[in-house]
Design a protein around this ligand. Structure first.
Ligand code: HEC
Ligand code: HEC
Length: 233
């Protein structure tokens, strides 16, 4: 009898341990998904996924970027395809960038699940986003990381204005930042407020709601570091 009781205890413990490690894994994945979503997707899809990102709000006639009331990708497989291939896939006609070269397999899986979480339990998803860590000190390296995440799509990997969306955005195209002569005060204002507010192209998004002061200061350090050195100067 005692033996059966111990066996029962053992069985029960294994079961609950299994269950809790599965839920820990899910939590970790949602945290990772929130981080990836914040890095790459918020700008267009908005913090809650309702399509109210700063970019669609700044550009007239931007296609709907609502992920919650979706039209295109109802299932995990379709979401994955859209994220991987974006405007190169058959499902998406417009501005959705392809992430096939940008996300690791793990990031891809976590972002797909995070989109599903935004749909199923929006509050929990947003709570995960609010808990993502933020930076404490400015640095060129951190600026470079933000640049690679947020700016290369238009300005290109090295800031020369030759990003993937550079061929779509014209008159003017994304600026070649290596030849910029703008002061850091101007850079800060333009990055914060976006092109439209500064009499420049509305395709240059406003980042003030998206990036912290430290993020932007780090970006500026990086932008100054990639400028072409004038010979003799
Ligand atoms: C530059 C803006 C932009 C960024 C950044 C962006 N998207 Fe999109 N996304 C769009 C647009 C625009 C559409 C709608 C395309 C259409 O209507 O054909 C879309 C559509 C989608 C859809 C399909 C929605 C539906 O109706 O089912 C998914 C899923 C999606 N995006 C996920 C993501 C994820 C995940 C990220 C980040 C890794 C991301 N997007 C980053 C612009 C963007
Ligand atoms: C959706 C495309 C797009 C994205 C993403 C984008 N930019 Fe731009 N950016 C532009 C365009 C287009 C211009 C040209 C505006 C003009 O000349 O009127 C521009 C201009 C600029 C300029 C002006 C340079 C000068 O000397 O006048 C700076 C600085 C800049 N962008 C920084 C950034 C940074 C930093 C990021 C990332 C946080 C970023 N941009 C992301 C499209 C983009």
């Amino acid at each position: 009898m005692r033996f059966i009781y111990i066996l029962f205890l053992w069985f029960f413990n294994t079961l609950s341990a299994g269950a809790s490690s599965i839920s820990n894994q899910v939590m970790d994945q949602h945290r990772g998904g929130a981080l990836t979503y914040k890095k790459y997707c918020i700008i267009c899809h908005g913090k809650r996924g309702f399509g109210d990102g700063v970019l669609p709000l700044a550009i007239r006639h931007y296609p709907s970027t609502d992920l919650v009331n979706f039209r295109i990708a109802p299932t995990a497989d379709k979401i994955k395809e859209v994220v991987l291939f974006g405007l190169l896939s058959n499902h998406v006609k417009s501005e959705m960038p392809p992430y096939v070269n940008e996300l690791t397999d793990r990031e891809l899986e976590s972002i797909v699940n995070f989109v599903i979480l935004l749909r199923k339990d929006n509050q929990t998803a947003v709570a995960h986003i609010d808990k993502t860590p933020t930076l404490k000190k400015t640095s060129v390296t951190f600026g470079k990381i933000i640049f690679r995440q947020r700016c290369v799509k238009c300005h290109g990997y090295e800031g020369k204005g030759d990003g993937a969306l550079g061929s779509i955005i014209k008159d003017p195209p994304p600026y070649n930042l290596t030849i910029s002569k703008a002061s850091d005060t101007y850079l800060r204002a333009l990055i914060r407020k976006g092109g439209a507010a500064m009499n420049r192209s509305p395709h240059m998004p406003p980042w003030g709601a998206e990036l912290t002061r430290l993020d932007i200061d780090s970006l500026i350090l990086y932008l100054l570091s990639i400028r072409e050195k004038v010979p003799g100067a």
